[in-house]
Design a protein around this ligand. Structure first.
Ligand SMILES: CC(C)(COP(=O)(O)OP(=O)(O)OC[C@H]1O[C@@H](n2cnc3c(N)ncnc32)[C@H](O)[C@@H]1OP(=O)(O)O)[C@@H](O)C(=O)NCCC(=O)NCCS
Length: 225
């Protein structure tokens, strides 16, 4: 297991400063996670929108223009609280280029099976399940109550929404979105960048870039324009 992967151990005694990118809903979810985890002190939030309100009372330090100064002041850890998968990936590249480390963050209530792995910048929100041998890819989000069962893989910057159920051996490609409450048959493969709609039941593989929904899941018509 590399340095960027989660060791599932106890938090260190001294609280490490960490910065959050994004003052929106996912930003507040990650600030809550960090407070519950208790291993870090949240030094502030950076957001592209000037004048945004402090989320949960955490000061907004400015736009990404402040990042080099924060690095010089010794802030080394960051988390990317952006829900959009492509935007999260792009932001992570900017932070890594400046020398920030993006630790995986698992809420203390997450159930973790033997041999499970969470990669750089991956996040698991309260009551998610990471089954035995499952892999939470770098920058992936396993949202509240979502289940990534044994030997399943949530790919790079993919997102399993609240309550999504990915049973054994499911493979979700990079940047795919599994909507809230959607469920899959075991061992199906969901292609890169695919979208599975809220509440869908996925019974067969989903092609790269496809959008599917319904029970059983079928391609949804593309919107005009
Ligand atoms: C599938 C989804 C991406 C479609 O969004 P959209 O492109 O904005 O599409 P629209 O809302 O315009 O709907 C297009 C059509 O698909 C249907 N549709 C939308 N979502 C659907 C779903 N989950 N299941 C079945 N049909 C769905 C709509 O009823 C509409 O049908 P119509 O053309 O007959 O009226 C979206 O509805 C969805 O489920 N997103 C997942 C969100 C989520 O859970 N995120 C987790 C964040 S925490």
């Amino acid at each position: 297991m590399g340095d960027a992967e989660h060791r599932f151990g106890n938090p260190p005694a001294m609280k490490e400063p960490i910065l959050v990118l994004g003052a929106g809903g996912h930003g507040r979810a990650l600030i809550s996670l960090l407070r519950d985890l208790g291993a870090h002190s949240v030094v502030g939030v950076v957001d592209a929108a000037p004048g945004v309100a402090p989320p949960l009372g955490v000061p907004v330090l400015g736009t990404e223009a402040v990042l080099p100064a924060l690095r010089r002041q010794g802030v080394a850890l960051a988390c990317i609280a952006i829900g959009d998968n492509g935007a999260r990936l792009a932001a992570a590249a900017r932070f890594l280029a400046l020398g920030f480390t993006l630790p995986p963050l698992l809420h203390p209530s997450v159930i973790v099976g033997g041999g499970a792995v969470a990669e750089e910048g991956a996040v698991a929100l309260p009551r998610a399940v990471l089954g035995a041998g499952a892999r939470l890819g770098r920058l992936a989000i396993l949202n509240t109550g979502a289940i990534l069962e044994h030997d399943s893989v949530l790919g790079e910057a993919a997102h399993a929404g609240p309550g999504a159920v990915l049973p054994g051996g499911v493979r979700v490609g990079a940047r795919a979105l599994i909507g809230a409450g959607a469920a899959c048959r075991p061992y199906v493969a969901i292609g890169e960048g695919a979208v599975v709609g809220v509440g869908a039941a996925v019974t067969e593989d989903v092609a790269r870039g496809a959008t599917v929904g319904g029970v059983p899941a079928r391609p949804l018509a593309a919107r005009p324009g």
